[in-house]
Design a protein around this ligand. Sequence first.
Ligand SMILES: NC(=O)c1ccc[n+]([C@@H]2O[C@H](COP(=O)([O-])OP(=O)(O)OC[C@H]3O[C@@H](n4cnc5c(N)ncnc54)[C@H](OP(=O)(O)O)[C@@H]3O)[C@@H](O)[C@H]2O)c1
Length: 236
Amino acid sequence: MTQPPAPILITGASQRVGLHCALRLLEAGHPVIVSYRSERPGLQTLRERGAVTLFADFSSEASILAFIGELKTHTDSLRAIVHNASAWLKEPAGDEAQAFTQMFSVHMLAPYLINLHCAPLLERSSPADIVHISDDVTRKGSSNHIAYCASKAGLDSLTLSFAARYAPHIKVNAIAPALVLFNEGDDAAYRAKALAKSVMGVAPGSEAIYQGLRYLLQSPCVTGTTLTVNGGRHLK
Ligand SMILES: NC(=O)c1ccc[n+]([C@@H]2O[C@H](COP(=O)([O-])OP(=O)(O)OC[C@H]3O[C@@H](n4cnc5c(N)ncnc54)[C@H](OP(=O)(O)O)[C@@H]3O)[C@@H](O)[C@H]2O)c1
């Protein structure tokens, strides 16, 4: 009897980039498990199309471990893990440590613990991948979002270390987007300023990240690499 294909886990996939990638992977025939923190309309669509949706709060060690425990009751194998969940928090004076700790927990502690505890699940799939969704801002730092940038830079470091540890069986790579999608409420001046930061001057949308993800999943030999999707920001 043939085994059903191992699912792909995408974290924080109730909306925007994660939701788009989950829907595209389902369309391509992959079983998908998503984590979500807030109940949002996109989750219903995912459920109707066969995705497993699991609540996850990555704000503490205990809640990350609780998610991993729950995940393991749903599957004993994984084709890939896509660490997409992210918090882009302000760092308000007097409350910086809280913001730093939150972003450290989502961008570093959760991927670190999930990668460690789920390696046996990935080992049951061939090929097997981990993809970290980082941020192009780590290339140059950010005077406004120091904690966000530092925690995403830590994620870049996890890419290198896990790629070395898990080779050759599990490939570990990152995608570093710059502007992908605007947030509701971004005004015209903000949009113009953000678009002007790259030579291409585009907000490419979630499909650009999905294309990168497909490439990494299909590649037979790319590991420990960060795929930059930044419209040529480094050229300006
Ligand atoms: N959008 C861009 O232009 C852009 C630019 C550069 C990099 N990126 C990166 O690309 C990825 C996708 O971007 P996006 O804009 O689609 O992301 P997003 O909508 O801001 O966030 C993705 C999800 O992360 C989840 N999340 C946040 N804190 C969490 C926590 N403590 N525990 C569990 N889940 C948590 C949220 O889940 P709930 O909604 O369920 O609460 C949210 O829906 C992110 O990693 C982001 O850093 C995006």
